[in-house]
Design a protein around this ligand. Structure first.
Ligand code: PRP
Length: 530
């Protein structure tokens, strides 16, 4: 009896297809144990996406870890001889912390690594295989390519000090122009330098057209060398079909990758399905003189493909619908009014009904009315393409989304506040009441001060009045609530306003619609500010 592949889950089907693809490309399967010596991760902490690893003691007392990553183990064990290229693929499970479930998750990964002599031919073959891996999944795909050499070359040209680079890369990763500009200034760049750095954010779009602009934007040899590598990839990538985009603000994981980086998206999945790049520096820690390039496919993401699209999100017209998570309440109303003025209004008044979905197919817009504190969740998970959310909620949730615009609406600030006669007692931890547990923890950690957190859900100002806490961490707008309850601001540490955020995968497939909305929104906000 012939086995019918359609009975398989998408990720099982994909693993068969990928295996055939990698074998045909001359790669050999690399099998590893589940465990690895913990020391490997301790020594290479900066190469991991999280420092949290599951550890246990072996029968002979060695400290082992359940593998959080495959690349490190392959780089350590494979020992290519001079001039040799080892081509491996793997299918393994890794164990990483999951912020959502507050525990560790078993993640099924397939991947490919080329180690040793890695020249133009191997780079092209790897990127082509990445594109073909996406092409096998049976859905529209986008491969987004960038080059860390281009990015670091620009930072060199602008003489950005080493210690300021992580903050700049963080803002670049979020496509956060307003914070990138502020971080550039804080790093000592003048207006022209900050403007040049922000120019990187516009080097994003179709491969050929963006590359031509990127070549003209080069400031030094490092950037030119990176652009030349990208140019050499243009032809093989075009031959791969699908949609290839160049995004020179894609910053990758800073320490891991040193050259080409890429990410693959599939329509219908909220997160990248594939991530990869060149990691010569990591490889050279284990084998001097050897280079490496590779990628991983996150097979579990494919589970989402088998679920049908909910009726409310199905396309009803030719026009691509942009799904907006709109916060219920005053801020949402303000933003909706703005959007309605620039052509994104609906005939139905959502305030007159209890409906949670309103839309205008002709304008290509659909609103989901959600609790303000949930906006980032809907967007991060791809249930909405874009959303409007306060910076307080966004920071607290540390959502993995693009932060495309500071609307300047709903301005307030995050503060530590306390009774007027409050004096800090350094002999014990500060008792802090707040709704914003992560923000408070991070703030006090940055000050090196121990705290006890008391999580409340509202009326925070009551806590110090009743002796439940010493201080509060909360948002202050007019200061009336503090004043009327006998409290004062001790420190202001985070300016807040409403931000326009986008799901990273939606940005790949609906960038035209999003850019159009952003452009109009920016113009209207500027007009209103005059
Ligand atoms: C927020 C915040 C403060 C108040 C500050 O409360 O938690 O209590 O606004 O505004 P003000 O400086 O203009 O007085 P919110 O209305 O969200 O209610 P909450 O008590 O549920 O947090």
């Amino acid at each position: 009896m012939k086995f019918d592949l359609s009975y398989l889950q998408p990720k099982e089907r994909a693993s068969f297809g990928l295996r055939a693809l990698y074998e045909a490309a001359g790669c050999r399967k690399y099998h590893m144990g589940r465990f690895e010596e913990y020391g490997l991760y301790q020594e290479n902490r900066s190469f991991l996406s999280s420092e949290q690893v599951i550890t246990f003691t072996d029968l002979d007392g060695r400290l082992l870890a359940l593998k959080p990553d495959v690349t490190l183990s392959i780089a350590k064990t494979a020992q290519p001889a001079a001039g040799e290229t080892l081509k491996y693929y793997y299918h393994e499970n890794v164990y990483r912390p999951s912020a959502e479930s507050h525990t560790f998750k078993e993640i099924s990964q397939m991947g490919l690594e080329m180690l040793g002599a890695v020249g133009e031919a191997q780079v092209q073959q790897t990127v082509r295989l990445a594109a073909q891996s996406l092409g096998q999944m049976g859905a529209a795909w986008v491969l987004e390519v960038s080059h860390m050499g281009y990015l670091f070359g620009l930072l060199d040209a602008l003489a950005v000090p080493e210690n300021a680079r992580p903050a700049l890369l963080g803002s670049l990763r979020e496509k956060n122009a307003h914070e990138l500009r502020a971080a550039a200034k804080a790093a000592g760049l003048d207006d022209a330098g900050a403007e040049t750095l922000c120019g990187l954010l516009s080097l994003c779009g179709g491969y050929e057209e963006t590359l031509t602009r990127a070549e003209a934007f080069c400031k030094n040899d490092r950037m030119r060398a990176a652009a030349a590598e990208l140019r050499a990839l243009a032809e093989p990538l075009e031959a791969a079909g699908g949609s290839i985009r160049l995004d020179l603000s894609l910053a990758g994981e800073m320490e891991y990758y040193n050259g080409l980086v890429f990410q693959g998206y599939l329509r219908g999945l909220p997160r990248p399905l594939l991530k990869g790049g060149r990691y010569d520096r990591l490889m050279q820690k284990f084998t001097p003189g050897a280079d490496a390039i590779g990628f991983a496919v996150y097979l579990d993401e494919l589970d989402r493909l088998s679920a049908p699209l909910p009726p409310v999100q199905q396309q009803k017209t030719e026009k691509t619908m942009l799904n907006v998570a709109l916060p219920k309440g005053r801020l949402g109303d303000k933003v909706y009014d703005l959007l309605a003025r620039i052509g994104y209004g609906c005939t139905e008044d959502y305030n007159a009904t209890r409906k949670l979905v309103v839309e205008n197919p002709a304008a290509g817009i659909r609103y989901f009315l959600v609790k303000p504190s949930d906006v980032a969740i809907y967007v991060e998970h791809g249930a909405a393409d874009v959303g409007i959310v306060g910076k307080d909620i966004l920071t607290e949730a540390s959502a993995d989304v693009y932060e495309l615009l500071d609307t300047g609406l709903g301005k307030c600030r995050m503060c530590v506040a306390a009774p007027a006669d409050y004096q800090d007692d350094p002999s014990r931890p500060v008792r802090v009441a707040t709704k914003f547990v992560n923000i408070a923890k991070n703030y006090y950690a940055s000050m090196g001060r121990d705290i006890d957190i008391i999580k409340l859900n509202g009326s925070i100002e009551l806590a110090p009045i009743l002796g439940l806490s010493d201080v509060i961490v909360d948002i202050v707008e007019t200061g009336t609530t503090l004043r009327e309850n006998g409290l004062k601001v001790v420190t202001e540490f985070l300016p807040i306003s409403a931000r326009f955020i986008a799901n990273k995968a939606s940005y790949q497939f609906k960038h035209k619609e999003m850019d159009e909305m952003l452009e109009k929104l920016r113009d209207t906000l500027q007009e209103a500010a005059k």
